[in-house]
Ligand binder design. Structure first.
Ligand SMILES: Nc1ncnc2c1ncn2[C@@H]1O[C@H](COP(=O)(O)OP(=O)(O)OP(=O)(O)O)[C@@H](O)[C@H]1O
Ligand SMILES: CC(C)(CO)[C@@H](O)C(=O)NCCC(=O)O
Length: 307
């Protein structure tokens, strides 16, 4: 990693120095919200990593807004707010959605009066029926399992300032797209887009997802550690969400525990790990920032693109 010539590399101790002059306290309500969706998360990490990050994104967004205004005036176009889009990428189970929610929470609090929205690209997966038809039932998460054209159309509409844009919804409960259910995105100031494919290049498109993102983060960790997190999460879900008779994994939750874990390990080894190696990890060097995590999800190193 250190051989990437176009990145600055920082330890956490170095990174947190960049914003230690002005205090940005975490409010009690922020702490409560963060702990409510993940009680394992290190609040020290949130403070050390995310305070400088939020400040840096503020500076970048201010520049972005100024340039959008200057460009509109130059082109004799109406000045309008153009949404700033943040992409978060990385392996299945590396912690993208947790990071995205922390960022959403902090931006909502510190970008006063601005509308911050979060979506996941899971909603742009083809339905299970369609995946089956295409022979992709065991390739969920691979580039070809997403309707990339639809995702790009969505991002283009959001950027263009369309007032009501629909983002389809995926359910981990049913393990499928929920028919006719959408999140409504209505001209946000910041849109966070979280998903394994946010840095990927669709093979049959002229345009890339990254053409629409203004800042991108890749969550990085050793594959063996991610497998552990995948299985830890599976264990937790076996005792909670999977206990619901409507859950896709209900039969496993009430059946033999060893058989369930054997199945989960197989899914990791035959789907998510190959996808990480072939399609996700190769996109790491396109990110503006790489966050490297170690044991217990602690972020130990950050890489920031120089140019
Ligand atoms: N900072 C953190 N501290 C403690 N646990 C974490 C942290 N980040 C993620 N986790 C845990 O790791 C597991 C994976 O995290 P998460 O669900 O956010 O990953 P993801 O990359 O969004 O996964 P997927 O692609 O499957 O949606 C979860 O059990 C989550 O609770
Ligand atoms: C929906 C995705 C692709 C990404 O979040 C992932 O969670 C997934 O379902 N992967 C397929 C294999 C598995 O069940 O882990």
């Amino acid at each position: 990693m250190d051989d990437l010539i176009n990145y600055y590399s920082f330890t956490k101790a170095e990174w947190k120095q960049f914003y230690n002059d002005i205090d940005l306290p975490l409010t009690q309500s922020e702490l409560r919200h963060i702990k409510a969706f993940n009680d394992q998360i290190s609040i020290q990490d949130v403070s050390d990593i995310f305070k400088p990050l939020v400040h840096m994104i503020r500076l970048q967004k201010d520049n972005f807004d100024k340039w959008q205004t200057t460009k509109a005036r130059f082109l004799h176009k109406k000045v309008r707010t153009v949404p700033f889009i943040i992409g978060i990428s990385g392996s299945v189970a590396v912690g993208k959605s947790t990071t995205a929610r922390v960022l959403e929470e902090l931006l909502t609090n510190y970008f006063t009066g601005e509308n911050i929205k979060l979506i996941t690209t899971d909603g742009f997966l083809y339905s299970n029926a369609e995946l089956k038809k295409r022979g992709l039932a065991d390739r969920k998460g691979f580039p070809e399992s997403y309707d990339m054209a639809k995702l790009i159309e969505f991002l283009n509409a959001v950027k263009a300032g369309v007032s009501i844009v629909q983002s389809p919804v995926y359910s981990h409960q049913t393990y499928d797209i929920i028919p006719n259910r959408f999140d409504i995105i209505d001209r946000p100031d910041v849109l966070i887009v979280e998903g394994i494919n946010t840095l990927q290049l669709p093979s049959n498109e002229q345009i890339y997802i990254s053409d629409f993102t203004d800042f991108s983060i890749y969550m990085d960790a050793d594959a063996q550690l991610i497998e552990k997190w995948y299985l830890d999460r599976f264990a937790k879900l076996m005792d909670t969400a999977f206990q619901d008779p409507h859950n896709y994994y209900y039969q496993y939750a009430i059946g033999d525990r060893q058989a369930a874990f054997k199945m989960a390990r197989k899914v990791w080894e035959t789907i998510d790990l190959p996808n990480l190696k072939t399609n996700i990890l190769p996109t790491r060097s396109r990110a503006d920032m790489i966050m490297h995590k170690t044991d217990h999800h602690i972020i130990d190193r950050l890489y920031l693109r120089k140019y």
